[in-house]
Design a protein around this ligand. Structure first.
Ligand code: AHG
Ligand code: MN
Ligand code: MN
Ligand code: MN
Length: 333
C-alpha cells in the first residue's frame, strides 16, 4: 500500500529543522474537512444539500447551499486545534478570528470552500482550494492587513477535487504530490508523486463566450489556436472548459494545457473574475511547483502585493511555453 497523506507530511516535515508538528496538525485538520466535504458532495440530493441557499456572498454571487455548508465545515474543522490565528474565505465578508475559547496559533488559512459551485446541481466536478500563510511575528489578533502577503510567502497550498475520484493535491514548496481518497479505508494515499506540467501543449481552456470583452493579446492567442493547421501556429489545438478551476488545473497537471480567466471589460470595476487569495495564489504556487507558469499577462501572480481580501486578478496559467507566448503577446501590444 502506498503512503498515506499524513505519513507523507510527517516525513516531509521531519526533514525541516525546528519543525514543531503544528503544520502537520493543521494539514490533518484540512484533510478531515475535505473528507467531510467529499461526503456531502457525494451524497448530494440524498441528503438535500443541492440547490440555492437564497443568500448572496460578498462577491455578489448567489450562494448555493453547499457554498454555505462547506464554508462552515472548513471553519469548524480548523478553528479548535491551536494552529491558526485567523481564517479568510471567499464566502465571508471579513476575516474569521479564532474564537476566544480556543488557543491561537502561528498560521493564517485562506480558502475557497467550494470551487465551481455552478456545477454542483448538474453533478459535475467541484473542488476546494486552500492556502496557508504565516501570521506575522508578534501578532496575536490579526486583521485583514496581516493577510496582505504576496503568494511567494505561502507555506503550503492545495486543492481537493471531488470528481469520479476524490483527490488532494498539495505543495509545500517541494514539488507537487497527489493523493487519492480510499473511501473504504477513509484515508488519502499517495497515487501521483511529483506531478509535473509539460512545457508544451496543444490544449487551452477559456470561457469563449467572453471573447468580445478580452484584450487584444488574448484575442490574438485564441484566434491563432482556433485557426489550427492552416493558421500561424501550423498545428491543431483542442479546447476544454469545465467551469471548475480545480478540475481545469488538475487536467493541466495531468496532461498539460493552458487555462485563462483573463482581464476583460465585462465589469470595469474588476480586474478579472478569479480571486487572488483563494484561487489565483494557491493555484499559482502549485502550478509553478509543477514546472508551469502563472501570470496575469502583465506580472507574475505570486509577486502581487494584495490590496484587499477579495481582490480579483486576471489568470493565465499552465504549460510554460504557451504562457510565455501569451505574456509575449501582451508585451508586443
Ligand atoms: P466559485 O464557484 O468558487 O465561485 O468559482 C468559480 C470560478 C472558477 O472555478 C471557474 O473557472 C470560473 O469561475 C467559471 O466562470 P464562468 O462561469 O464565467 O465560466
Ligand atoms: Mn463563488
Ligand atoms: Mn472558486
Ligand atoms: Mn467557491
Amino acid at each position: 500500500m502506498s503512503k498515506s497523506l499524513i505519513q507523507f507530511i510527517i516525513e516531509e516535515q521531519r526533514a525541516i529543522p525546528g519543525a514543531t508538528g503544528d503544520f502537520t496538525g493543521l494539514l490533518s485538520d484540512i484533510v478531515s474537512a475535505c473528507k467531510q466535504i467529499a461526503h456531502q458532495v457525494n451524497k448530494g440530493a440524498l441528503i438535500g444539500v443541492l440547490g440555492s441557499a437564497g443568500s448572496e456572498n460578498v462577491q455578489g454571487e448567489t450562494q448555493k447551499k453547499l457554498d454555505v455548508i462547506t464554508n462552515e465545515i472548513f471553519l469548524k474543522s480548523n478553528e479548535w486545534a491551536g494552529h491558526l490565528a485567523a481564517m479568510a474565505s471567499e464566502e465571508m465578508d471579513d476575516i474569521y478570528p479564532i474564537p476566544a475559547k480556543y488557543p491561537k496559533g502561528k498560521y493564517l488559512l485562506t480558502f475557497d470552500p467550494l470551487d465551481g459551485s455552478s456545477n454542483i446541481d448538474v453533478n459535475i466536478s467541484v473542488g476546494t482550494i486552500f492556502s496557508i500563510l504565516r501570521c506575522p511575528e508578534g501578532i496575536t489578533n490579526p486583521t485583514a492587513d496581516d493577510f496582505m502577503q504576496p503568494g511567494t510567502k505561502q507555506v503550503c497550498a492545495g486543492y481537493a477535487l471531488y470528481g469520479p475520484n476524490t483527490m488532494l493535491v498539495i505543495t509545500s514548496g517541494n514539488g507537487v504530490n497527489g493523493f487519492t481518497l480510499d473511501r473504504d479505508v477513509g484515508d488519502f494515499f499517495l497515487t501521483h508523486p511529483n506531478m509535473t506540467i509539460p512545457a508544451d501543449t496543444l490544449e487551452f481552456a477559456i470561457n469563449a463566450s467572453n471573447e468580445r470583452y478580452w484584450e487584444a493579446p488574448v484575442q490574438r492567442y485564441v484566434k491563432e489556436c482556433i485557426a489550427g493547421k492552416t493558421g500561424p501556429r501550423g498545428v491543431n489545438f483542442n479546447m476544454r472548459w469545465v467551469a471548475s478551476m480545480v478540475a481545469e488545473v488538475h487536467r493541466i497537471l495531468t496532461r498539460g494545457g493552458v487555462f485563462m480567466y483573463p482581464k476583460d471589460t465585462k465589469d470595469p470595476s474588476k480586474a478579472g473574475k478569479l480571486r487572488l487569495m483563494y484561487e489565483a495564489n494557491p493555484m499559482s504556487f502549485i502550478v509553478e511547483q509543477a514546472g508551469g507558469m502563472s501570470h496575469t499577462g502583465y506580472e507574475r501572480i505570486m509577486d502581487i502585493k494584495p490590496s484587499g481580501l477579495h481582490q480579483r486578478v486576471p489568470v493565465i496559467l499552465g504549460s510554460k511555453n504557451e504562457v510565455e507566448r501569451i505574456v509575449g503577446y501582451h508585451k508586443e501590444a
